[in-house]
Design a protein. Sequence first.
Length: 364
Amino acid sequence: MDAHAKLKPITPEEEAALAELYADFGAEHLMPLWTQIDDLMPKHPAPKAVPHVWKWSKLYPLAKRSGDLVPVGRGGERRAIGLGNPGLGGRPYISPTLWAAIQYLGPKETAPEHRHSQNAFRFVVEGEGVWTVVNGDPVRMSRGDLLLTPGWNFHGHHNETDKPMAWIDGLDIPFSYQNDVGFFEFGSERVTDYATPRFSRSERLWAHPGLRPLSGLQETASSPIAAYRWEHTDRALTEQLLLEDEGQPATVEQGHAAIRYVNPTNGGDIMPTIRAEFHRLRAGTKTPGRREVGSSVFQVFEGSGAVVLDGKEQRLDVGDLFVVPSWISWSLQAETQFDLFRFSDAPIMERLSFARTHVEDAHR
């Protein structure tokens, strides 16, 4: 029985008239709010995406098998295997706004250049020997590094070693697809520069703490730094915990150090649609449960522990990835020192004023 019928008893004539009204709505592609309000306006976010954990011990062997069987080249472009959220009906999306994939490049292979509107990054959990070439600038990829490919930058990859390498890709593909903003263009069949410098030109210009070149005073939508190196991330986290030992307010929670990667031209996020962070928990630390509007993806970089997702505890080891959909409760537990890389759609939620966080009482 529909909402209108609850207001008063209806006669057979009225019931027939309502049936005719709804049929006419359908013929004109109209959908009355009163039959759908619970789905359209729930009391709190009710995501179709579900929390899920992907084990690196299963992902990497599958990527390796694809390396043996699936070539990299024009057309397929990348040997990238998207993580599909089980709640999203078979779409290759880890959340409604974010894409995550494991990309695998074999020995001496080259992934051809292309560019697209979607913003992208790469994070390396293990391995080295690949350079990504972004707008002609060769960028070394090494363990613990965050590499950026902002939208509409030509980019390709080449492996200079006799060993394969895998990493994770993060993009805003679902958000771009849903909003019809995507463009794509092929570039060089190879890469435009096969040099293998230790530091890219963008790093040489921009990656000096607290220093900004006078030749680059204009704000840019995405960070001009192509690579955020592990040695700087590690040092920043180490110092936060050392300061905490000295009684200084340096950590976000007791035993929980964290940093955000930022765009040096405006102090904001690295890209307009994606936030990236790194978290380090001391052994034995447990974070309070929290809920946030928007979705996040984590990858374990080092150590072991667990995540509690919507009340269910799941053990985590190096390389494992998990997704936290909007307003799903989550918390972390560290067995050893526990290092995790995180990315999210927070810039979108904040810019549109949808952001909201609820932290549970840690003392209950």
